[in-house]
Design a binder for this molecule. Sequence first.
Ligand code: ADP
Length: 432
Amino acid sequence: MDSDLLKILIVDDDEVDRQAVRRALDKTGIQTEIYEAATYASATDILKTQLFDCIFADYRLPDRDGLALVQSVRKEGILTPLIVLTGQGDEQIAVDLMKAGASDYLIKSKISPDRISRMLRNALRIYNAERQAALANQRLQKSYDLLLEQNQALERQRQQIYQQNLQLIHASQLKSRFLATLSHELRTPLTAILGFSQMLMRSSKGTLNEKQTEMVQRIFTNGKNLLHMLSEVLDFSRIEAHNLDLKPEIFNLQHLVTATVDEVRSLALFKEITLSAEIDLQNAIVFNDPERLRQALVNLLSNAIKFTETGKVWVEVRETQSETLCISVRDTGTGIAPEHIDCIFDAFRQVDQSDTRKYSGTGLGLAITKTLVQMMGGNITVISQLGQGSTFQIEIPRSIKDDRANSNKDDRANSNPARAFSKLAGHHTAIK
Ligand code: ADP
């Protein structure tokens, strides 16, 4: 502070008193630039245009008193330290002055360099501390305002996202409903086309020539492919609408796997691929939805055949534990690159998304298969090497949860297929 020049205003109508303050200030060693005013009016005038580091003001001014000056200065928002010079015995006045915002008061008869220096330093210290605090407060207020603004902007964005989400959900529901209706409506005429082409094939001998028979056969095969795609779209829309239920029953898994492999054998024969099944089960009896398990197996097998040009496709079935079954579909086909492995179970995702892709399909088979396996309480994994082949592995419990039985409060042993299965299979563990 001593190295800084302090700008001081002395307000006093008495020239001698002003000199006394001036002299005391000079003796403090503090560098000052001193301005003087003789009245309340001239002091308030100068304060309108200039800023000071400290004001010394006599309490008794000719036009107004020092209290009025303190009040006026503080009312104008001027926070400069203001020390009022009072007479002896003016203690009550001093209290009023301090209440009005004076920084301190000094009895005129006690003016000394030492006192004035101490008082000035004190007042300035307090003033600086207050200014720092005010600045910090201002900064805080600014950050608070900014935060408030950002919060409001975030809230607006949240609302927007919420509304967009609602719209998306609505659009997705519409899309699912549209897909369901469309595939349902298309299935009816397609079933008729398949029926008629089958009739034509049966009665073709003699009535249709070789070319015509081949054409009818193509109608039938393409129609069946189309029906399969439509069923996938329908299943997918049912899954999205949580409208797909499993209908578990007791059956022989070995029989189901063998029959399913035979079902797709013609596809493998057509591509001259070896197709086989290795079933190694201590107990082939399971409790599951045979139609949905067959569907999952058909999906994996037809993919394996579709993406294999030479070599073989084979199914392995075994028990990993007595209550867990593992079905693997292996092929020596194209394989899947590591960067594509994570997305092949997503709906509508195909490794080759180009319009000129070699292999047909909806891109829904694996998404549906994964959902079905999860609904069965199992999981599906894939190991693949580009150019070497792939292994899709399903792990499922021998006995799946029967939601229909759970919803039936009248849970008698014989009316519950899950329990009946438990008895039949000789298991004493609770049905999951
Ligand atoms: P789609 O077969 O109708 O295209 P899927 O959901 O069944 O749809 O399969 C998604 C993608 O995963 C396929 O397009 C293919 O790129 C890849 N894929 C699935 N199975 C195999 C397989 N056995 N070998 C190589 N790629 C496969």
